[in-house]
Design a protein around this ligand. Structure first.
Ligand SMILES: Cc1ncc(COP(=O)(O)O)c(C=O)c1O
Length: 445
């Protein structure tokens, strides 16, 4: 293996064995590794020197493209000025600056932001905020949460409890109780539907049925990804999110949008809440908040939620017993501030919106390939689902991900669905390059 880049950076790679890799077939990977040693703009370079186009902007987080100097410089300057401040009962300026900047792009009335270090932590934080809010209102009896089949809300026990993806939860039986799920929104009648399906809003009535079965007054919150991302881009049917909002309002249930993927321009608007004109009560986010450069997540809440929890506590008391050693870490805040500035200066959310039609046309050009079972998409996010190998779901997707890699394209797959989501700096030629790589890789299967 060529590890020259590692050596240049001052370290040597003598063995792959000791690192237990996440969400990876460790034995298979270590026998035939795929390492990235350089990244810039829309491209990655592997350890053999091969160049790949990044079709998933990393894991949907590198929205402004790789190697952004502004972010590196901001982090470097922050590290030299103040590398760390405990975030409990003390503060440092950059977390306040980032929260204000975020509030400026969040819809009203989302003016309060809690910082975490990942999407998974954002989900756990949102669960606790929901519990604290109801308790503060004297409704601590709301002990149930509602999620959805095929949901992905990260990997901490909170997120796994809400998970609707079987492989992510079957090993871990000891999750939090009192979670019930609604049906997912994929429907064989909506195959190859572009944008929001016309049919399927009535699936939101599953929430009403849970209210009738368990009592709406026992449900604390409903968690949904506005567009279900990791399961392969399930776009909400028209009227679906609106109906969820209506039922939540009828029963005093909090609506949580998990915007970890959809936040920061992915759908051609700042957040999915803007794209679909439906306001939740709590929004979780992470990924593109720092353009992938430094781990960071955040939870934004409506003012009423912050005020209810804060005002319910005695004066001088800590109001919310929650926080991480690295909540609002100075380096992450510096990265977040620089990232949001890039989005603004380069109009990247608008750019994503402007490229969407071309991107979706290109994705739909693959419809003629016999292996393609379904195509779905919205904004700069699309799912390309292939027919599974008979009786072996996921095997073909795994093989295709590797084939695409060696054919010059990185794309994240879940099961038999590729999730294509380029950076917003992409030009039409980059979209063409991704699609050409797919055609070349899929055509003979
Ligand atoms: C919707 C959603 N929520 C939560 C997460 C978890 O985020 P993280 O991997 O940063 O913990 C993800 C990650 O893909 C996600 O897509």
């Amino acid at each position: 293996m060529n590890v020259a880049t590692g050596k240049t950076a001052g370290f040597a790679v003598n063995s792959l064995e000791q690192h237990w890799m996440p969400f990876t077939a460790n034995r298979e990977f270590k026998a035939a590794p795929r390492l990235i040693t350089k990244s810039e703009g829309m491209y990655l370079w592997n350890h053999e020197g091969g160049k790949l186009i990044d079709g998933s902007s990393g894991l949907f987080n590198v929205a402004a493209g790789h190697g952004r100097r502004e972010i590196a410089d901001a982090v470097h300057a922050q590290m030299l000025a103040n590398d760390y401040t405990p975030p409990f009962q003390m503060g440092q300026p950059s977390s306040f600056a980032l929260a204000s900047k975020l509030a400026n792009i969040l819809p009203e009335p989302f003016n309060h932001v809690f910082f975490t270090n990942s999407g998974s932590e954002s989900i756990d934080t949102a669960l606790k905020i929901a519990m604290a809010y109801h308790r503060a209102r004297g409704e601590g009896h709301r002990i149930r949460f509602v999620s959805r089949e095929r949901a992905y809300h990260g990997v901490n026990i909170g997120g796994v409890s809400l998970s609707g993806m079987v492989r992510n939860r079957e090993t871990f039986a000891g999750v939090i109780p009192n979670v019930v799920v609604m049906r997912h929104t994929w429907d064989a009648d909506n195959l190859f539907n572009r944008g929001q399906p016309e049919k399927g809003a009535e699936l939101a009535n599953d929430l009403q049925r849970h209210c009738e079965t368990y009592g709406g007054s026992t449900i604390a919150a409903v968690f949904v990804e506005p567009v279900a991302g990791s399961t392969g881009t399930l776009v909400p049917p028209k009227g679906y999110l609106e109906r969820l909002r209506e039922i939540c309002d009828q029963h005093g249930i909090l609506l949580v949008f998990d915007e970890v993927i959809t936040g920061f321009g992915r759908l051609g608007a700042p957040f999915a809440a803007d794209a679909f004109s439906v306001l939740p009560d709590i929004m979780t986010m992470a990924k593109a908040l720092t353009n992938g450069a430094i781990p960071m997540g955040a939870v934004a809440v409506r003012d009423a939620i912050y005020e209810t929890i804060t005002e319910a506590a005695p004066e001088h008391a800590i109001e919310f017993f929650h926080g991480y050693t690295y909540s609002g870490h100075p380096a992450a805040c510096a990265a977040g501030l620089a990232t949001l500035q890039i989005y603004e200066d380069e109009g990247l959310f608008e750019r994503a919106a402007a490229l969407s039609d071309y991107f979706l046309d290109a994705i739909w050009s693959l419809k003629d390939l016999p292996i393609v079972r379904d195509l779905r998409g919205y904004g700069l996010m699309a799912g390309i689902e292939v027919h599974p190998e008979p009786g072996k779901p996921g095997i073909r997707g795994n093989e295709l991900q590797k084939k695409l890699f060696w054919n010059g394209c990185h794309v994240k797959w879940t099961g038999d669905t590729a999730i294509v989501a380029p950076s917003f700096i992409a030009e039409r030629a980059h979209v063409d390059e991704i699609i050409d790589c797919f055609r070349k890789t899929l055509k003979d299967i």
